[in-house]
Design a protein around this ligand. Sequence first.
Ligand code: 5GP
Length: 191
Amino acid sequence: MKELFEKIINEGTVLKEDVLKVDSFLTHQIDPELMSLIGKKFADKYRDKNITKIVTIESSGIAPAVFIGLELGVPVIFARKQKSLTMTTELLTASVYSFTKQTTNQISISTKFLTSNDNVLVVDDFLANGQAALGLVELCGQAGASVEAINIVIEKAFQNGRSLLEEKGYIVDSLARITSLEDNKVHFLEE
Ligand code: 5GP
């Protein structure tokens, strides 16, 4: 996706050989125009798939997820990383190791929002080793919901997330695939 590639090249910062910072448009400040394009791009591929819910994880998955949900006209659920006092109903929960924070979180979604009638698009900002996406598909599985595909904005294709998810039978669909962050530069897999 040309607009996303340009944004990553112009505004992304390579922090380490395996970490990209994109806080000016995706993970802190959000570029609504770019998010709207991302929403349309993904939604166009899944319009005829009877998607009923978008499932993401707080916080940086929420922006792209909302724009996909808006395009498809379906609700967006974000898994919470911390239980809130207001989460009084029964919960679906899974453990997720965070690549950036290097801690394990219990993530949860209320059972009232996800059921066996749902066909889900799982969405996240980044794919690294696949732990966040795996946690989200586990929550979908606990609800008996089916997962149509996993939509990722930025995939670091040199890490093993895609192979882990594909081995389990999931479709992984990403808009920018990065093959390396060596020499402080972003290298893309051209599609
Ligand atoms: P995974 O669970 O696939 O190992 O990592 C994905 C999660 O870690 C995403 O939800 C994202 O928040 C975070 N993440 C992974 N790699 C990066 C990165 O290079 N930059 C940023 N900003 N976040 C990342």
